[in-house]
Design a binder for this molecule. Structure first.
Ligand SMILES: Nc1ncnc2c1ncn2[C@@H]1O[C@H](COP(=O)(O)OP(=O)(O)O)[C@@H](O)[C@H]1O
Ligand SMILES: [Mg+2]
Length: 425
């Protein structure tokens, strides 16, 4: 026998799909036709090629769709580009990050979409590196979106090669790190606050000392004068000095956030002290202070001075909110979350025993649009000579430092209720 016996031939079609032809008895004579060969068997059986191609097409399509859906829906932004920076394909996540619709990316270049004028040169250098076969990991990149907002990106770029040889295009993975960056900036802000704290304590010392002297003199003069006009003037001086002292104290607490100096404290005693402190103001305005204090409260582990500041700030706000005549009601109790009225408190869910202070006034109430801002530093609805907007920011900070929580419910023209939870120490 001078030929090969072939039972199976497979060959590659142009579109990369392999199809198989099987022959049961295929004899190929040697050297026939200068290297060509002929299938002599009558029984060559060709599979149903049409059907197979259709099935393969179907599979390819499904696979393409799977890949497309993965590419399109991954939360990581992806795109490919050529050596001139033309964007070839990209996904939805990229559109979201850049804040650009599909039409604006289609046919555009990286230079137009992600680079500002002064970034072009750097970008060109990066693309050149990729096409020279290098990888660039975690490149920090800042973009301006159409909405005028800066976004911060971390890009990893790498070359994609054909058959392991030529770089045919570049690929990039982009992660939006704007939030992380904002957190960084918030930390910087904290640093600034620390600087403000140093400034405030300097101020407290430099201004506080002469203010004490003025206060002492004014009080002494007040005791000795018989003149009504002079007395009135001196009273104004004393009142204003007290106001400045409070402002500096608030600024100090706010900016410095002194660490909590923990001792065993009785919250009811602190409330009584607070009432004493503001007595003059409540009496002047015809406000009655009603308490409902639970005698059996356990003590808490906290900073008495800071908690007094909390009460003082709440009282002063209530006094400001009650125009003429009204009531401030302060109630303390041990709480069981499932039994109580009032807003849901997250601190409670940590399973600790909590004391609740309910601080209620019959004042003007708070507009719903203001409600979520009242704990922000510098938010105030009061005239510049009255409000600093620091009171509740300080309150919130102190309560949180104690592991507690404060919430508010308010109805315009009816009044405001603050709920404070403090863990038992
Ligand atoms: N008891 C209250 N009744 C009505 N509004 C209040 C009350 N407490 C606080 N507010 C509102 O919250 C704002 C912020 O309060 P706060 O931080 O103490 O700053 P300030 O008292 O200097 O304005 C107030 O300007 C006021 O609009
Ligand atoms: Mg206030």
């Amino acid at each position: 026998m001078g030929g090969y016996r072939i039972t199976e031939i497979s060959f590659l079609m142009a579109c990369d799909k392999t199809m198989t032809i099987t022959g049961r008895e295929a004899d190929v004579p040697r050297n026939q036709g200068g290297g060509d060969f002929r299938i002599t068997s009558q029984e060559v059986q060709i599979h149903d090629l049409k059907g197979e191609i259709a099935a393969l097409k179907e599979r390819l399509k499904a696979s393409e769709e799977r890949f497309h859906s993965l590419f399109e829906n991954t939360p990581v932004a992806l795109f490919t580009y050529d050596k001139n920076g033309n964007i070839l394909i990209w996904n939805k996540a990229l559109e979201d990050i850049l804040g650009l619709p599909e039409e604006k990316i289609k046919g555009s270049t990286l230079f137009k979409t992600i680079a500002r004028e002064n970034q072009s040169e750097r970008l060109a250098g990066m693309i050149q590196s990729i096409f020279a076969g290098r990888w660039l990991a975690d490149v920090r990149w800042e973009i301006m979106t159409d909405h005028g907002k800066a976004r911060y990106l971390a890009m990893s770029m790498f070359p994609v090669r054909e058959m392991g040889e030529m770089v045919v295009f570049g690929m990039a993975i982009v992660v939006d790190i704007t939030e992380k960056k904002q957190l960084e900036q918030a930390l910087l802000q904290t640093e600034k606050m620390a600087a403000l704290g140093t400034l405030a304590s300097g101020l407290a010392h430099e201004v506080g000392t002469p203010m004490n002297v003025i206060l002492g003199r004014a009080e002494s003069l007040l005791r000795h004068t018989q003149e009504e006009k002079t007395a009135m003037g001196l009273n104004i001086i004393i009142e204003q000095i007290n106001r400045m002292t409070r402002l500096i104290k608030n600024l100090l607490t706010f900016a410095q956030r002194k660490p909590v100096e923990r001792k065993s404290v009785q919250i009811n005693q602190i409330i009584e002290k607070g009432i004493e402190l503001v007595e003059q103001h409540t009496q002047e305005k015809g406000i009655s202070v009603v308490t409902e204090l639970d005698d059996h409260l356990p003590s808490i582990w906290g900073d008495g001075d800071q908690l007094l500041q909390v009460l003082f700030n709440l009282f002063m706000n209530a006094v400001d909110a009650i125009p003429n005549g009204g009531e401030i009601r302060v109630k303390t109790s041990m709480v069981r979350e499932e039994r109580r009225k009032g807003p849901r408190m997250e601190a409670h869910s940590k399973g600790k025993q909590m004391i609740e202070i309910v601080f209620q006034d019959t004042g003007i109430g708070i507009e719903p649009t203001h409600l979520y801002k009242i704990f922000d530093p510098f938010f105030t609805t009061k005239p510049a000579d009255k409000g600093t907007g620091l009171g509740l920011a300080v309150v919130d900070g102190i309560i949180r430092d104690h592991g507690g929580e404060i919430k508010v419910i308010s109805v315009v023209d009816q009044g405001t209720t603050f709920y404070i939870h403090l863990p038992v120490g």
